[in-house]
Design a protein around this ligand. Sequence first.
Ligand SMILES: NC(=O)c1ccc[n+]([C@@H]2O[C@H](COP(=O)([O-])OP(=O)(O)OC[C@H]3O[C@@H](n4cnc5c(N)ncnc54)[C@H](OP(=O)(O)O)[C@@H]3O)[C@@H](O)[C@H]2O)c1
Length: 262
Amino acid sequence: MAHAIKRYGSGTMRIGLIGSGNMARALAVGWARPLTCSALELEQAQALAALVGGTALATNAEVAASSDHVILCHKPKQLEEVALEIADQTEVVLSILAGVTLPELRAAYPTARVYRMMPNLAAEIAQSTIGIVDDDAGDRELFEQLVGLLGELGDVIAVEESDFGVLTGISGVGPAYVALIAQTQVAAAVAEGIDEQTAKLLVGSSLKGSSALLVSRANDSEQICREVATPGGVTEKGLAVLAGPLREGFRAAMDAVLGRRQ
Ligand SMILES: NC(=O)c1ccc[n+]([C@@H]2O[C@H](COP(=O)([O-])OP(=O)(O)OC[C@H]3O[C@@H](n4cnc5c(N)ncnc54)[C@H](OP(=O)(O)O)[C@@H]3O)[C@@H](O)[C@H]2O)c1
């Protein structure tokens, strides 16, 4: 039966997390507010609840019944089984399930308001990029409340659903790609005889400052490359080696994320 959606300021929304794994933890730590959570193994939900001063509940249905907004933080393949447990008592659903489309979510939650979003692990430090499918035709007021709530975790960027795969391939996976770049830079430094701890400090500090510089320069990466790469200098030599393989690698990685290769 249709019923009115309750209205809350983002500070009073009761949030329920279905799943208490890596991404649920990042969201919960970033919000730093009491919430409810569940997991297949209750101990995992209890560990997350203890971390943020929340409440672990034994079943998904209890989480849904005690929340205003339910956030699906389980694996994509568990969509149907979880929906069977909670769809009839869920008014507002936010999904972070990679690759699960809005039509699929709406089919699983036919009576709820359903939103698709994609955060990343930097939610843990409130510096996530959070893509959300714009709710053109839907409930504008509720959408704006949710954008406010997600804005506590970082930059919220509304995109068309057709762009969601690319967004996932950039920002959803982003922390892992940066971590991989860091690993490979550390390995190259250690191979030159620097101790690992110093190498990690150098790489982490350099990535932090370089990312902040890029953002402060309105993301003008071309200009930064020009300013660092003095003609005939060492940066130019390094960039000449890296540019081709990086372009090819990121192109192929995007194909893989978009499901074009196994
Ligand atoms: N990791 C990321 O950086 C990232 C970024 C963006 C989006 N996502 C999306 O976030 C979702 C979770 O990813 P993750 O990396 O956090 O995975 P994860 O660490 O494996 O966590 C999955 C959680 O779901 C729980 N779960 C499994 N079956 C369940 C059920 N039937 N009912 C309730 N909870 C259940 C698991 O509990 P047990 O451990 O007890 O089985 C676990 O707590 C995925 O859909 C993924 O696409 C992840």
